[in-house]
Design a protein. Structure first.
Length: 367
């Protein structure tokens, strides 16, 4: 198999020729991201890509640099500190398919100036630069979630991420709000909080336990904003929109190949669970194709053994997943952010469907 490293100059040149590049000059789309946008979803690319360790990867230079503990850092590095090398045939097919995707619109100049002058997006992301990630989220949303503003995913991390890295200071919230619609601001403000609640696990498991009737009996959710712990209340319609944005965001963290070998991967687990919840509730509003039955288990093309991979191989998947969940609790505890939440249901529906029972979220101090 002839291999083509990713990202390549061809990818940079192709993205720079698209309309959105003038808006985000620092953001490029590699082959994996182009595939997700072109084919509208997640695919197991086993047999098409070889994954090798990125010898230049330094977790301290990424948004995960504040993660504590040798074991969690090793596990995470084994997931994100890799470089994909694509077969020439697969890379050519994906790039050709991507050419047919309409270009995303350029951004408001005032918003761009705010991002450049009042925020810090210089930190590296899991795969490439922060701007690579933001561009992917924005372009995927524009192409496949047409009913809602793609600017939510362009700015989803501006008020915080899963770790304690904040591109924008809380004092600049009024400036940000003035540049957005009310819908955009509320979704962006909620994004880091809902992300942490999903990754912590309690909210995701509660939603998984609800039937279709129970899910659709949700009236609102109450939780706390990551950047300043301010109380947020979202009605059910806004919350379903938020979960669709979260699903698109998770696409950018999925393993490129051999999903069956990654049952301990928190990103894959959360994506699969959230996708199932949205489908069951009839609330999948974005276009995301996902077929779990295409998951493969071939070890061909997977990274060689490392400390992180050894830990993941020896420990049960449930233990590795718990490590990821506990890391979120520690991050929030360090900055005084509450992971408490409350789901509220329509009273008449709760009586009619006894399976709709709220599982109380414990305070961080009791976890």
């Amino acid at each position: 198999m002839h291999l083509d490293s990713s990202p390549s100059k061809d990818d940079a040149n192709e993205t720079s020729n698209r309309g959105a590049s003038d808006a985000l000059p620092e953001g490029d789309l590699d082959v994996r991201r182009k595939a997700q946008i072109a084919f509208a979803g997640a695919r197991d690319h086993a047999g098409e890509v070889v994954l090798l360790p990125n010898n230049g990867f330094d977790i301290d230079r990424t948004i995960f640099g504040t993660l504590d503990g040798r074991l969690p850092r090793a596990v995470l590095s084994s997931k994100v500190g890799i470089t994909p090398f694509w077969s020439e045939a697969a890379a050519a097919r994906i790039r050709n398919a991507f050419l047919s995707v309409p270009s995303a619109p350029r951004h408001d100049q005032g918003l761009l100036e705010f991002m450049r002058n009042d925020c810090n997006f210089a930190m590296e992301h899991a795969d490439g630069s922060f701007m690579d990630h933001l561009r992917f989220c924005y372009e995927y949303s524009f192409a496949h979630y047409k009913e809602k503003s793609p600017r939510v995913l362009l700015l989803h991390s501006i008020m915080g991420v899963g770790t304690n890295y904040f591109p924008m200071e809380a004092s600049k919230i009024p400036q940000l709000r003035a540049l957005l619609t009310e819908f955009e601001f509320k979704q962006i403000a909620a994004f880091p909080s809902v992300l942490r609640l999903l990754y912590r696990g309690d909210l995701l498991r509660e939603l998984e336990q609800l039937s279709k009737a129970g899910l659709n009996a949700m009236e609102r959710i109450v939780f706390y904003r990551v950047i300043d712990n301010e109380r947020i209340e979202m009605d059910s319609e806004a919350f379903w929109d938020q979960l669709n944005y979260q699903l698109i965001h998770l696409l950018d963290f999925l393993p490129a190949a051999s999903w069956k070998l990654h049952t301990d991967d928190s990103f894959l687990r959360n994506f699969t669970a959230l996708y199932t919840i949205l489908v069951r509730a009839g609330r999948l509003r974005c276009n995301v194709n996902f077929d779990v039955t295409e998951a493969q288990s071939t070890a061909t093309g997977q990274p060689p053994m490392s400390l992180g991979l050894l830990i993941r191989k020896v420990l049960p998947s449930s233990v590795v997943l718990k490590i990821s969940e506990n890391a979120i609790a520690k991050f929030s505890n360090k900055i005084g952010h509450s992971l408490d939440y409350q789901l509220h249901f329509q009273a008449k529906e709760v009586d009619a469907y006894p399976d709709v029972v709220h599982i109380a979220s414990l305070p961080v101090s009791r976890l």
